[in-house]
Design a protein around this ligand. Structure first.
Ligand SMILES: Nc1ncnc2c1ncn2[C@@H]1O[C@H](COP(=O)(O)OP(=O)(O)OP(=O)(O)O)[C@@H](O)[C@H]1O
Ligand SMILES: [Mg+2]
Length: 365
């Protein structure tokens, strides 16, 4: 997904120039001409960064900024103020209200471009930090709850299973059956939570990415029994070994492929490919032609317990994301409902680790 930039300026010429440059830099751009319009656009469009003029009719840039920074949902969006006023007081005022940076008019488009890039990079790091703090807090809480649930759940499941004896009436058998299905769902969730705890740290040693992918696809073929799915793998031949935790990376990829299988109803195709991206960096792409994902759902897809499945725990992609982040990589999801989904794992520049340790075998999932 391209980063989104909101440009707020009452001067049409400025909006045009900045918009062109931002689009050329491969951002998605939206525009607002007044502070009021900007507040509405932020609600609707959730930009990743805002470039905002100070002098505007109705509501000036400072007031707009103050309102953005006073709300939790918009407080963390970086705002660059575009100001024609070079006075120190004006700049100080902007920072006091919460501006993240300012640029003097007339501006150089190259400078704007560099500042936007640097603020987006900082923002991405900040988000990662906030996310990992949230995950740690949540992890502790979930762990506690899982521990408390386990014993009563075993009792409920055990008793419900005993109710299914030959003397049970049809009605009671149906009730017992429903209890058992709910218990099984909770048991699966607890299993997933255990899995999450196990992958909490990755130990990176030199390993073959192709072996991990091939082993994942082999297991996935077995898992998809009952559906008619064509698996295609297109792997770069003989890539150098890179620093990976083969066991964890396989769990990450398997969760992604498992979702692809689950997204296909009866018949379909899953393509797993590796592609060079930039110097020593490469992508693992997993594409399916399954049901696809609705737009607003993609945003929270890595958050725990986000699921659209009756039997799902909503932890698969949380686990994958965690593992790939521990490898210094990233995951992106693109999807079209009714057409299919592509999940792209971006692996970081290969830290070639000759002698960093030998690779353990890739176990079956
Ligand atoms: N390839 C895909 N096609 C369609 N939807 C997907 C795909 N991958 C993920 N999703 C959506 O994202 C949600 C979250 O996926 P995730 O793997 O985290 O959880 P889950 O599959 O629901 O449960 P779990 O993996 O814990 O059993 C899914 O419920 C599904 O709605
Ligand atoms: Mg899943």
């Amino acid at each position: 997904m391209k980063p989104r930039v909101l440009i707020v300026d009452d001067d049409a010429q400025n909006v045009l120039l900045l918009g062109e440059k931002m689009r050329a830099d491969n951002y998605e751009v939206s525009e607002a001409r007044t502070g009021i319009e900007a507040l509405a656009a932020v609600e609707k469009y959730r930009p990743d960064i805002i470039l905002m003029d100070v002098m505007m009719p109705e509501m000036d840039g400072y007031e707009t900024l103050r309102r953005l920074k006073s709300r939790e949902e918009t407080r963390y969006i970086p705002v660059v103020m575009l100001t024609g006023m070079g006075e120190i007081e004006d700049r100080v005022r902007g920072f006091e209200v919460g501006a993240d940076d300012y640029i003097l008019k007339p501006f150089s488009l190259r400078e704007v471009s560099a500042r936007v890039k640097s603020l987006l990079r900082m923002r991405a790091l900040q988000t990662k930090l906030i996310d990992s703090e949230k995950m740690a807090a949540l992890g502790g809480m979930v762990d506690g709850i899982a521990h408390e649930i386990r014993n009563p759940l075993t009792t409920i499941g055990g008793m419900a299973r005993r109710m299914l004896d030959p003397d049970t009436t049809a009605k009671h058998a149906e009730y017992a059956d429903r209890i058992i299905r709910s218990v099984e769902r909770l048991e699966k969730m607890l299993q997933r939570i255990d899995e999450y705890k196990r992958i909490l740290s990755s130990t990176l040693v030199a390993g073959s990415i192709n072996r991990v992918i091939e082993s994942t696809v082999r297991d996935a073929r077995e898992f998809s029994m009952g559906k008619s799915i064509d698996f295609t793998t297109k792997l770069m031949p003989d890539p150098p070994d890179i620093s990976i935790d083969s066991v964890n990376l396989k769990i990450a990829l398997f969760n992604i492929v498992q979702n692809a299988i689950e997204a296909i109803e009866e018949k379909g195709e899953i393509v797993v490919e590796t592609l060079p991206w930039s110097d020593q960096t490469f992508l693992i792409k997993i594409t399916d032609d399954g049901v696809g994902i609705e737009g607003d759902q993609v945003r929270n897809i890595f958050s725990p317990f986000q699921t659209s499945k009756i039997e799902g725990a909503g932890l698969g992609l949380t686990i994958s994301h965690r593992i790939v982040s521990d490898h210094g990589g990233d995951i992106r999801v693109e999807s079209k409902p009714g057409v299919g989904t592509t999940v792209t794992v971006c692996m970081p520049p290969a830290v070639l680790s000759s002698g960093a340790g030998s690779e353990p075998p890739v176990p079956a999932t």
